[in-house]
Design a protein around this ligand. Structure first.
Ligand code: SF4
Ligand code: SF4
Length: 336
């Protein structure tokens, strides 16, 4: 609403729309995340473990408070949330530097050019946390604890609002092919816009104020990212966008380096198949668990649903760093 309507409206209408939009995006969304997380926890069956999901909810609530409440108060921009979504990888240059965008106006209106500096610092810090954190904790950190674009919606609302009473459908072969094509297209777009940012910041080109670039980026965001993500969320699987999210794709490669995997050797698998049913990314877990082999998948968002649902506590989310922490803890326990 704010994105498309406010720039063309009268000053008064634009102001009212922006105020409503900012309230919805910041305060209202934070309250909604908190309420949905509490409701979801109450709705998760009493006898079901929810260790991982509780941690996910805590992560999203903290992220929402920082991004939607504390961050805007410190930087003076109520559009800060935009720069913490997976989109900065593809949209930052256009939305931050293009002088006609609502995002640009939101932070330069308060602090002038210094506002751009504040947002840049926020983006750099946020990206350091995400990239370094992924090297230590795998894709789980961003996709299941921090992502305020699609991650929070699929995690926090899944139990509280189970898709109009329907069970979310699993991604079949056709849908997975569609997701693979979208992944290649969006990753290419992300690389293109990221290169544009770097070359613009270095002064080699000045394409960020190009109206055609802005139009392409806007329609890409509104159609393939926002509307399509919502469509997949409602009709198919809440994690639809996660299959082709450009940030998720980059983080999936980093997660490989981090040694991210689902351990299946914590006890014997009884082959009940609950893990396969619980996985929102349609990953085959049981097959590997029966062999005692780890589950390693680019699509694993580290939500831990499989870990929580396993009746035998066979499964565990792990990375090299988590293994190290656990072994230090074990040694300390033995020493005590
Ligand atoms: S394998 Fe487990 S942790 Fe990974 S996406 Fe599936 S349910 Fe979540
Ligand atoms: S939920 Fe646990 S016991 Fe059941 S199939 Fe999966 S790993 Fe095996």
């Amino acid at each position: 609403m704010n994105f498309a309507v406010a720039p063309g409206a009268s000053a008064e209408t634009s102001h009212i729309i922006s105020e409503i939009w900012h309230f919805y995006e910041n305060e209202f969304k934070t309250i909604l995340i908190f309420a949905a997380a509490v409701l979801s926890l109450m709705l998760i069956k009493k006898n079901e473990r929810n260790v991982m999901r509780r941690r996910n909810f805590t992560g999203f609530i903290i992220a929402a408070i920082i991004v939607h409440i504390t961050g805007p108060a410190l930087t003076g921009t109520k559009e800060l949330y935009f720069f913490s979504m997976p989109l900065p990888w593809s949209s930052f240059s256009i939305q931050a530097f293009n002088t006609t965008t609502a995002f640009h106006e939101s932070f330069t209106g308060h602090w002038g050019v210094a506002g751009l500096g504040a947002v840049l610092i926020f983006v750099v810090l946020y990206n350091i946390v995400v990239f370094a954190g992924t090297l230590l904790f795998g894709r789980r950190l961003q996709c299941s604890q921090l992502c305020l674009f699609n991650g929070f919606a699929s995690e926090v609302f899944s139990a509280a609002f189970p898709l109009n009473g329907k069970k979310p459908r699993k991604a079949g072969r056709v849908l997975k092919t569609v997701f693979s094509v979208l992944r290649a297209v969006l990753l290419s777009a992300a690389i293109f816009f990221t290169l544009t940012s770097i070359l613009s910041a270095a002064g080699f080109i000045n394409e960020v104020n190009n109206p055609l670039m802005y139009k392409i980026e806007t329609y890409k965001y509104l159609s393939v990212e926002l509307l399509m993500a919502m469509f997949f969320w409602v009709v198919f699987t809440g994690r639809g966008y996660c299959y082709y999210c450009p940030a998720g794709t980059v983080l999936a490669f980093i997660s490989k380096t981090a040694g991210q995997r689902i351990r299946t050797d914590l006890s014997d698998c009884i082959g009940c198949g609950k893990c396969d049913k619980a996985c929102p990314m349609s990953i085959s877990i049981k097959e590997q668990a029966l062999k005692g082999k780890p589950v390693i998948s680019m699509n694993c968002v580290g939500c831990g649903h499989c870990v929580d649902v396993c009746p035998n506590e066979t499964l565990g989310y792990s990375t090299w760093f988590i293994d190290l922490i656990n072994s230090i803890r074990r040694k300390r326990k033995l020493a005590d």
